[in-house]
Design a protein around this ligand. Structure first.
Ligand SMILES: O=C(O)CCC(=O)C(=O)O
Length: 279
């Protein structure tokens, strides 16, 4: 059991090391969740509190109504979402799991699976986050915190993890947008005689799941009458180093390079704000 604040114990850290994920108790209270849901709606209406649009923004005008709504870097646009991304307790938990002293935030995704969006329009294909993050050298220093704005279970398309897959290295066949999850997982893991056993990340609103950047994960359709809303928050540690030549398209990386960042340098700067620093 984590301590009273939600910070993982040695046993929890051992679970994360073995399985590549961990689920916190409820650490975001109901009043804050309600503000986050309202912020999400504002972002979808393109009512940007800071005046700055997200990197990519789902909208009612152009977005598919029944598909997964994905908005990258909503934290640029909304201060409530930004405060969540910079939440010290999330940083402290991430630091404990990654066994590091320093956690920096760099990117977020705002995600919504509409109610009754079965029929394969809102699945998230199996992928390892690191597949998209080759701009960093060290996958073990990268992790994601997924904040549930609603109760999540298998009916409304909760995330599924493949326990232990963070020890498999970077796999072939990663694709966030693949919809045929069964076949994809068989192709990725089954053909190599690896376990295709999956673990559903069932949580109450306000709980947060954490996963290693190599943990294989995805999610199925929302066949329920309930919406599934969340923020995926991406963190690096004080040891994360830039690797030149891969996925440099991220604006955070472009800014780091503009400030003189070179291949092998530890990432830092305003686009990688410190969220937690062990004293
Ligand atoms: O929300 C989902 O189902 C997937 C999110 C995801 O891929 C992530 O947080 O890394």
């Amino acid at each position: 059991m984590p301590d009273a604040n939600g910070v993982p114990t040695q046993e929890d850290i051992a679970f994360f090391k073995k399985n590549g994920y961990w689920i916190s108790p409820k650490i975001i209270d109901d009043e804050r969740l309600e503000r986050l849901r309202m912020s999400m709606e504002r972002v979808y209406r393109h009512d940007f509190e800071t005046g700055k649009p997200p990197a990519t923004a789902w909208s009612y005008e152009t977005g598919r109504p029944n598909g997964l709504r994905k908005t990258d870097n909503a934290n640029w646009s909304d201060l409530t979402i930004r405060a969540l991304a910079l939440e010290p307790l999330i940083g402290e938990i991430a630091a404990a799991l990654a066994e590091t002293d320093t956690i920096r935030f760099w990117e977020d995704q705002l995600l919504l699976k509409p109610a009754r969006s079965g029929g394969n329009s809102s699945n998230v294909g199996w992928h390892q986050d690191y597949h998209y993050w080759g701009c960093f050298q060290n996958p073990e220093t990268l992790l994601t915190a997924w904040v549930a704005y609603d109760d999540v279970d298998e009916e409304n398309g909760c995330m599924q993890m493949v326990p232990g897959s963070h020890q498999w290295g970077v796999m072939r066949g990663n694709d966030f947008y693949e919809q045929n999850l069964k076949k994809q997982l068989q192709d990725m893991a089954g053909n190599e005689e690896r376990s295709t056993q999956t673990a559903p990340i069932i949580m109450k609103a306000g709980q947060v799941s954490f996963h290693h950047s190599l943990t294989l994960h995805g999610s199925g359709p929302n066949v329920s009458d309930r919406v599934r809303r969340s923020s995926a928050l991406h963190y690096v540690t004080g040891e994360t180093r830039y690797r030149a030549g891969y996925a440099d398209g991220y604006s955070e990386i472009q800014q780091f390079i503009a400030l003189g960042g070179k291949d092998g340098d530890i990432v830092h700067g305003d686009m990688f704000p410190v969220v937690f620093q062990k004293s």
